[in-house]
Design a protein around this ligand. Structure first.
Ligand code: CA
Length: 223
C-alpha cells in the first residue's frame, strides 16, 4: 500500500513518514501543494494524507485539482482547522476522512487502515468452474469453448449457481435471487428452470456440473 503525505511542516511530515513506514506502508512526501498535486495525479496512491494550509496550492485546491483530473484516490484531511463548515466543505469536495491536529498517531493509523479496507474490490467479471466459463459483463456463458444459448433467467440462474459454486442453494434462495420474489408456496418453477438449464449446460457434455441435493436444493460443482 502506497501513501502520499502532503504536508509543509517538516517535523510532522517526518513523524508521519516514520510511523506509517513502520506500519509497512510505502510513503512519499510532498512539502507543498503544487508538488503534491503533481505527484497525486501521476502516481497511483492508495490514500493521500492532505494538509490544508500549504504553500503553492492549499489543500482545497489540491483536492479539487485531483478530482478534476478524474482521480478517485482516497483523501484524508489532516489539519489544524477544526471548524464544522470546513469539515463539511472537505466532504463536499470529495474528501474521505478528516482528522484534526493535534492528533494521536494511533487514531490516524486506525483511520488509514479502516479507509483502505473499504477500497471496493474490482467487480468480478468472469466466473469459471471446470470448463464452464461465464462472462458476467457480457452475459455470455460457454462450456468447453461452446457458446450456450440461454434465456435471461437461465443465465441468471446459472451465474448464481456458479458464483456460489460448491454451496448448496435452496429453492427459496434461488427463487428470491433469480425471480426477485418470495415463493412460499411454489418453488416448482425453480425445478422446471433447472431442468431446462441442465438440458443446455450438462446434457450435451460428458460431465455434469449441476447436482440435486435431495431435500436441500441445488449445487454447481465439478465432479
Ligand atoms: Ca500546513
Amino acid at each position: 500500500m502506497r501513501l502520499l503525505i502532503i504536508e509543509d511542516e517538516a517535523k510532522t511530515a517526518r513523524f508521519l513518514k516514520k510511523g506509517l513506514g513502520e506500519a509497512s506502508f510505502v510513503v512519499d512526501v510532498a512539502s507543498n501543494g503544487v508538488d503534491g498535486l503533481e505527484f497525486a495525479r501521476n502516481v497511483d496512491f492508495d490514500l493521500i494524507i492532505l494538509d490544508i494550509m500549504l504553500p503553492g496550492l492549499d489543500g482545497w485546491e489540491v483536492l479539487e485539482g485531483l478530482r478534476h483530473a478524474g482521480r478517485t484516490t482516497q483523501v484524508l484531511f489532516l489539519t489544524a482547522r477544526d471548524a464544522v463548515h470546513e469539515k463539511v466543505r472537505a466532504f463536499e469536495l470529495g474528501a474521505d476522512d478528516y482528522l484534526v491536529k493535534p492528533f494521536a498517531f494511533s487514531e490516524l493509523l486506525a483511520r488509514v487502515r479502516s479507509r483502505l479496507r473499504r477500497v471496493p474490490a474490482r467487480p468480478q467479471s468472469t466466473v469459471c468452474t471446470a470448463d464452464l466459463e461465464i462472462d458476467l459483463l457480457r452475459h455470455r456463458a460457454t462450456r468447453a469453448g461452446q457458446r450456450l444459448e440461454l434465456t435471461t433467467k437461465e443465465f441468471l440462474l446459472l451465474s448464481l449457481l456458479a458464483r456460489r459454486a460448491g454451496e448448496v442453494l435452496s429453492r427459496t434462495v434461488i427463487a428470491e435471487a433469480v425471480w426477485d420474489m418470495n415463493f412460499d408456496c411454489d418453488t416448482n418453477v425453480v425445478d422446471v428452470s433447472v431442468r431446462r438449464l441442465r438440458s443446455k449446460v450438462d446434457d450435451p457434455f460428458g460431465s455434469k456440473l449441476i447436482h440435486t441435493v435431495r431435500g436441500a436444493g441445488y449445487v454447481l460443482e465439478a465432479d
